[in-house]
Design a binder for this molecule. Structure first.
Ligand code: HPA
Length: 271
Protein backbone atom coordinates (compact mmCIF):
# COMPACT_ATOMS: atom_id res chain seq x y z
CA UNK A 1 0.00 0.00 0.00
CA UNK A 2 1.39 3.32 -0.96
CA UNK A 3 0.43 6.66 0.52
CA UNK A 4 -0.58 7.66 -3.01
CA UNK A 5 -3.27 4.93 -3.09
CA UNK A 6 -4.65 6.11 0.24
CA UNK A 7 -4.69 9.72 -0.92
CA UNK A 8 -6.57 8.71 -4.05
CA UNK A 9 -9.31 7.07 -1.97
CA UNK A 10 -9.48 10.11 0.34
CA UNK A 11 -9.66 12.52 -2.58
CA UNK A 12 -12.36 10.42 -4.22
CA UNK A 13 -14.49 10.51 -1.05
CA UNK A 14 -13.98 14.26 -0.73
CA UNK A 15 -15.00 14.68 -4.36
CA UNK A 16 -18.23 12.86 -3.51
CA UNK A 17 -18.82 15.54 -0.85
CA UNK A 18 -18.70 13.30 2.20
CA UNK A 19 -19.01 15.17 5.50
CA UNK A 20 -15.93 15.22 7.74
CA UNK A 21 -16.34 12.37 10.26
CA UNK A 22 -15.37 12.76 13.93
CA UNK A 23 -15.78 9.11 14.83
CA UNK A 24 -15.07 5.99 12.78
CA UNK A 25 -16.97 2.81 13.53
CA UNK A 26 -16.16 -0.69 12.28
CA UNK A 27 -19.05 -3.12 12.53
CA UNK A 28 -18.47 -6.82 13.03
CA UNK A 29 -20.43 -9.90 11.97
CA UNK A 30 -24.17 -9.39 12.02
CA UNK A 31 -23.97 -5.80 13.28
CA UNK A 32 -24.19 -4.06 9.92
CA UNK A 33 -27.73 -2.80 10.58
CA UNK A 34 -26.50 0.03 12.78
CA UNK A 35 -25.31 1.85 9.66
CA UNK A 36 -28.77 1.63 8.09
CA UNK A 37 -30.26 3.69 10.94
CA UNK A 38 -27.98 6.74 10.64
CA UNK A 39 -29.47 10.19 10.10
CA UNK A 40 -28.45 12.10 6.95
CA UNK A 41 -27.19 8.75 5.71
CA UNK A 42 -24.84 8.74 2.73
CA UNK A 43 -23.59 5.28 1.77
CA UNK A 44 -20.81 4.62 -0.69
CA UNK A 45 -20.24 1.00 -1.78
CA UNK A 46 -16.65 -0.12 -1.25
CA UNK A 47 -16.53 -1.17 -4.89
CA UNK A 48 -16.79 2.51 -5.93
CA UNK A 49 -13.86 3.68 -3.79
CA UNK A 50 -10.46 3.39 -5.48
CA UNK A 51 -8.15 0.95 -3.71
CA UNK A 52 -10.83 -0.49 -1.41
CA UNK A 53 -11.04 -4.25 -1.22
CA UNK A 54 -14.53 -5.79 -1.36
CA UNK A 55 -15.81 -7.81 1.60
CA UNK A 56 -16.52 -11.47 0.86
CA UNK A 57 -17.97 -12.77 4.14
CA UNK A 58 -21.62 -13.66 4.73
CA UNK A 59 -23.07 -11.22 7.28
CA UNK A 60 -20.75 -8.43 6.15
CA UNK A 61 -22.10 -5.78 3.80
CA UNK A 62 -19.67 -3.64 1.86
CA UNK A 63 -20.43 0.04 2.37
CA UNK A 64 -18.74 3.04 3.86
CA UNK A 65 -21.65 4.91 5.43
CA UNK A 66 -21.47 8.55 6.48
CA UNK A 67 -24.12 10.12 8.67
CA UNK A 68 -25.08 11.31 12.10
CA UNK A 69 -25.69 9.27 15.23
CA UNK A 70 -26.43 10.73 18.67
CA UNK A 71 -25.59 14.17 17.28
CA UNK A 72 -22.11 13.20 16.07
CA UNK A 73 -20.75 12.95 12.56
CA UNK A 74 -19.68 9.36 11.99
CA UNK A 75 -18.26 7.16 9.24
CA UNK A 76 -19.27 3.54 9.56
CA UNK A 77 -17.61 0.58 7.90
CA UNK A 78 -20.45 -1.77 7.16
CA UNK A 79 -18.28 -4.82 6.67
CA UNK A 80 -14.57 -5.18 7.24
CA UNK A 81 -11.63 -7.02 5.72
CA UNK A 82 -9.90 -9.96 7.32
CA UNK A 83 -6.52 -11.59 6.96
CA UNK A 84 -8.27 -14.93 6.48
CA UNK A 85 -9.90 -13.65 3.30
CA UNK A 86 -6.41 -13.65 1.84
CA UNK A 87 -5.92 -9.89 1.80
CA UNK A 88 -2.48 -8.59 2.61
CA UNK A 89 -2.51 -6.77 5.93
CA UNK A 90 -2.21 -3.33 4.32
CA UNK A 91 -5.54 -3.97 2.54
CA UNK A 92 -7.07 -5.17 5.82
CA UNK A 93 -6.37 -1.72 7.31
CA UNK A 94 -6.83 0.33 4.12
CA UNK A 95 -10.23 1.68 5.18
CA UNK A 96 -9.01 2.45 8.70
CA UNK A 97 -6.15 4.47 7.21
CA UNK A 98 -8.58 6.31 4.94
CA UNK A 99 -10.81 7.18 7.91
CA UNK A 100 -7.74 8.39 9.76
CA UNK A 101 -6.73 10.62 6.85
CA UNK A 102 -10.32 11.93 6.72
CA UNK A 103 -9.71 13.13 10.26
CA UNK A 104 -11.47 10.80 12.70
CA UNK A 105 -10.32 11.30 16.29
CA UNK A 106 -11.90 8.14 17.71
CA UNK A 107 -12.33 4.65 16.28
CA UNK A 108 -14.94 2.29 17.70
CA UNK A 109 -14.33 -1.33 16.71
CA UNK A 110 -16.81 -4.12 17.24
CA UNK A 111 -16.51 -7.81 16.58
CA UNK A 112 -17.87 -11.26 17.26
CA UNK A 113 -15.62 -13.34 19.46
CA UNK A 114 -15.43 -16.71 21.16
CA UNK A 115 -15.47 -16.63 24.95
CA UNK A 116 -12.40 -18.16 26.60
CA UNK A 117 -13.11 -16.83 30.09
CA UNK A 118 -15.47 -19.37 31.62
CA UNK A 119 -17.33 -16.58 33.39
CA UNK A 120 -18.59 -15.43 29.99
CA UNK A 121 -21.79 -16.54 28.26
CA UNK A 122 -22.88 -16.26 24.63
CA UNK A 123 -24.61 -12.90 24.23
CA UNK A 124 -22.28 -11.08 26.63
CA UNK A 125 -20.66 -7.84 25.53
CA UNK A 126 -16.99 -7.39 26.44
CA UNK A 127 -15.19 -4.07 26.61
CA UNK A 128 -11.71 -4.81 25.22
CA UNK A 129 -8.99 -3.68 27.60
CA UNK A 130 -6.00 -5.08 25.72
CA UNK A 131 -5.12 -7.50 22.95
CA UNK A 132 -2.65 -10.20 22.02
CA UNK A 133 -1.60 -10.30 18.39
CA UNK A 134 -0.99 -13.92 17.44
CA UNK A 135 -1.24 -13.56 13.68
CA UNK A 136 2.46 -12.86 13.23
CA UNK A 137 1.67 -9.82 11.08
CA UNK A 138 1.61 -6.10 11.75
CA UNK A 139 0.08 -3.44 9.50
CA UNK A 140 2.76 -0.93 10.43
CA UNK A 141 5.53 -3.14 9.03
CA UNK A 142 7.00 -2.22 5.66
CA UNK A 143 7.85 1.06 4.05
CA UNK A 144 7.89 3.95 6.51
CA UNK A 145 5.13 6.45 5.67
CA UNK A 146 5.51 9.51 7.94
CA UNK A 147 1.96 10.72 7.11
CA UNK A 148 0.62 7.58 8.82
CA UNK A 149 2.57 8.10 12.02
CA UNK A 150 5.85 7.12 13.62
CA UNK A 151 7.75 3.90 12.93
CA UNK A 152 7.67 2.87 16.60
CA UNK A 153 4.63 3.71 18.67
CA UNK A 154 3.15 2.96 22.03
CA UNK A 155 0.55 0.23 22.55
CA UNK A 156 0.39 0.51 26.38
CA UNK A 157 -2.76 2.60 26.16
CA UNK A 158 -4.15 1.16 22.93
CA UNK A 159 -7.67 0.82 24.34
CA UNK A 160 -8.33 4.27 25.76
CA UNK A 161 -9.14 4.13 29.49
CA UNK A 162 -11.42 7.17 29.38
CA UNK A 163 -13.47 5.71 26.51
CA UNK A 164 -13.72 2.40 28.36
CA UNK A 165 -14.99 4.23 31.46
CA UNK A 166 -17.57 6.04 29.35
CA UNK A 167 -18.71 2.77 27.81
CA UNK A 168 -19.12 1.24 31.27
CA UNK A 169 -21.23 4.20 32.39
CA UNK A 170 -23.51 3.67 29.37
CA UNK A 171 -23.88 -0.03 30.19
CA UNK A 172 -24.74 0.78 33.80
CA UNK A 173 -27.21 3.52 32.87
CA UNK A 174 -28.95 1.10 30.51
CA UNK A 175 -29.10 -1.53 33.24
CA UNK A 176 -26.98 -3.87 31.13
CA UNK A 177 -24.23 -6.16 32.27
CA UNK A 178 -20.83 -6.01 30.60
CA UNK A 179 -17.59 -7.89 30.77
CA UNK A 180 -14.09 -6.58 30.27
CA UNK A 181 -11.13 -8.51 28.97
CA UNK A 182 -8.25 -9.26 26.67
CA UNK A 183 -8.91 -10.11 23.01
CA UNK A 184 -6.62 -12.59 21.28
CA UNK A 185 -6.26 -12.26 17.51
CA UNK A 186 -5.96 -15.48 15.49
CA UNK A 187 -5.78 -15.42 11.73
CA UNK A 188 -8.44 -18.09 11.10
CA UNK A 189 -10.52 -18.95 9.19
CA UNK A 190 -10.56 -22.30 10.99
CA UNK A 191 -11.81 -21.89 14.51
CA UNK A 192 -9.27 -22.75 17.16
CA UNK A 193 -8.62 -26.21 18.52
CA UNK A 194 -9.36 -26.93 22.20
CA UNK A 195 -5.59 -27.09 22.82
CA UNK A 196 -5.15 -23.64 21.25
CA UNK A 197 -7.91 -22.28 23.47
CA UNK A 198 -6.18 -23.69 26.56
CA UNK A 199 -2.98 -22.03 25.36
CA UNK A 200 -4.76 -18.69 24.87
CA UNK A 201 -6.23 -18.91 28.37
CA UNK A 202 -2.76 -19.45 29.84
CA UNK A 203 -1.57 -16.42 27.87
CA UNK A 204 -4.22 -14.27 29.53
CA UNK A 205 -6.87 -14.03 26.81
CA UNK A 206 -10.56 -13.75 27.69
CA UNK A 207 -11.90 -13.89 24.15
CA UNK A 208 -10.66 -14.84 20.68
CA UNK A 209 -11.48 -13.55 17.23
CA UNK A 210 -10.21 -13.06 13.70
CA UNK A 211 -10.36 -9.28 13.32
CA UNK A 212 -9.92 -5.91 15.04
CA UNK A 213 -6.24 -6.07 16.03
CA UNK A 214 -4.87 -4.91 12.63
CA UNK A 215 -7.28 -1.95 12.59
CA UNK A 216 -6.43 -1.02 16.17
CA UNK A 217 -2.70 -1.07 15.47
CA UNK A 218 -3.16 1.09 12.35
CA UNK A 219 -5.36 3.53 14.27
CA UNK A 220 -2.89 3.82 17.14
CA UNK A 221 -0.05 4.54 14.75
CA UNK A 222 -2.16 7.45 13.44
CA UNK A 223 -2.84 8.72 16.97
CA UNK A 224 -6.54 7.80 16.90
CA UNK A 225 -8.17 6.82 20.20
CA UNK A 226 -9.75 3.38 20.21
CA UNK A 227 -12.70 1.75 21.92
CA UNK A 228 -13.31 -1.94 21.25
CA UNK A 229 -16.33 -4.04 22.12
CA UNK A 230 -16.69 -7.76 21.47
CA UNK A 231 -19.93 -9.65 21.26
CA UNK A 232 -19.32 -13.09 22.75
CA UNK A 233 -21.21 -15.23 20.25
CA UNK A 234 -20.07 -18.64 21.45
CA UNK A 235 -17.90 -20.31 24.00
CA UNK A 236 -14.50 -21.01 22.45
CA UNK A 237 -13.57 -24.48 21.23
CA UNK A 238 -13.47 -27.29 23.75
CA UNK A 239 -15.31 -25.45 26.53
CA UNK A 240 -18.63 -27.03 25.61
CA UNK A 241 -18.95 -30.49 24.15
CA UNK A 242 -20.09 -29.31 20.72
CA UNK A 243 -18.64 -28.03 17.46
CA UNK A 244 -18.47 -24.31 16.56
CA UNK A 245 -20.27 -22.90 13.55
CA UNK A 246 -20.50 -19.59 11.72
CA UNK A 247 -24.31 -19.99 11.77
CA UNK A 248 -24.20 -19.94 15.58
CA UNK A 249 -22.03 -16.81 15.53
CA UNK A 250 -24.53 -15.04 13.26
CA UNK A 251 -27.53 -16.26 15.25
CA UNK A 252 -26.21 -14.93 18.56
CA UNK A 253 -25.02 -11.61 17.11
CA UNK A 254 -28.49 -11.20 15.57
CA UNK A 255 -30.05 -11.68 19.02
CA UNK A 256 -27.66 -9.23 20.68
CA UNK A 257 -27.88 -6.65 17.90
CA UNK A 258 -30.55 -4.48 19.48
CA UNK A 259 -28.68 -4.26 22.81
CA UNK A 260 -25.39 -3.63 21.01
CA UNK A 261 -26.81 -0.80 18.91
CA UNK A 262 -28.37 0.83 21.98
CA UNK A 263 -25.02 0.78 23.77
CA UNK A 264 -23.19 2.02 20.68
CA UNK A 265 -25.53 5.00 20.31
CA UNK A 266 -25.12 5.85 23.99
CA UNK A 267 -21.35 5.73 23.75
CA UNK A 268 -21.25 7.88 20.60
CA UNK A 269 -23.37 10.51 22.35
CA UNK A 270 -20.91 10.60 25.22
CA UNK A 271 -17.64 10.85 23.28
N1 HPA B 1 -12.97 -18.07 17.44
C1 HPA B 1 -12.51 -17.16 16.57
N2 HPA B 1 -13.25 -16.22 16.06
C2 HPA B 1 -14.53 -16.15 16.44
C3 HPA B 1 -15.09 -17.05 17.34
C4 HPA B 1 -14.26 -18.08 17.87
O1 HPA B 1 -14.68 -18.92 18.69
N3 HPA B 1 -16.40 -16.72 17.51
C5 HPA B 1 -16.61 -15.62 16.72
N4 HPA B 1 -15.49 -15.27 16.07
Amino acid sequence: MSYYELKKAVEYLKSRGVPQPEIGIILGSGLGDFADGLEERFAIPYAEIPGFPVSTVKGHKGNLVFGRASGRQVAVMQGRFHLYEGYPIDKVVFATRVLGLLGIKVLIVTNAAGGINEGFRPGDLMVIKDHINLAGENPAAGEEIPELGPRFFDMTFAYDAELRDKAKIIFKEAGLEYKEGVYAFMKGPSYETPAEIRMLRVLGADAVGMSTVPEVIAARQMGIKVLGISCITNMAAGILDKPLSHAEVLEVSEKVKEKFVRVLKGIIGMI
